[in-house]
Design a protein around this ligand. Structure first.
Ligand SMILES: [Zn+2]
Length: 177
């Protein structure tokens, strides 16, 4: 079973193949991919990230442990933003500090919940369905988040999907669900 380095290095060195396949799909299947420099650079990042992302479902995997603080901070910050206006204990300094207290508590819970609710290793997270979800997120990031063109977003979505699928291929765990 390939480890962290093997998965990421395989993503790092096979990207030219993904670019080549994208050109072939564009020219022979008529999918309007736009391979601008920006789209290819973002595509590279999501392709390489995707080549290790499925192992997020293993509690000891580096990507799982690396994602956990990001999720915890995101949850804590969101809870702070939601609660800061409804805390009325007294002076602003007290209300803001208390709201961060609530946010930090939520982040603490999220830290453990992230591991608890994660599906079992090589379950649904190791599936083409999740590869498609990841591809869709890449597409949405470029189209709506960065406001780039639809053709560029389609290419980035393809690159993200391909990187994720590469991981499944190396694991020999290619399943629809
Ligand atoms: Zn894996």
């Amino acid at each position: 079973m390939p480890n962290y380095d093997v998965h990421l290095l395989s993503g790092i060195v096979t990207y030219p193949l993904a670019v080549f396949i994208a050109f072939m799909i564009r020219d022979y299947a008529g999918i309007p991919f736009v391979l601008s420099t920006a789209a290819m650079v973002i595509g590279y990042a999501l392709y390489v990230l995707g080549s290790d992302l499925p192992d997020m479902d293993h509690p000891n995997a580096l990507i799982h442990r690396g994602t956990k603080p990001i999720v915890a901070v995101a949850v804590g910050s969101a809870v702070f933003v939601q609660s800061v206006d409804s805390v009325h204990l007294g002076e602003p300094w007290l209300n803001i500090t208390a709201a961060w207290g609530i946010g930090a508590l939520a982040a603490f819970v999220a830290w453990f919940a992230f591991t608890w609710i994660m599906p079992r290793h090589r379950g649904i997270v190791h599936s083409l369905l999740f590869a498609a979800v990841y591809g869709l997120l890449g597409y949405a990031l470029v189209e709506f988040g960065l406001g780039m063109s639809t053709g560029e977003a389609l290419f980035v979505g393809f690159a993200a999907f391909s990187g994720y699928t590469l991981h499944l291929l190396l694991d020999r765990e290619v399943s629809l669900l």
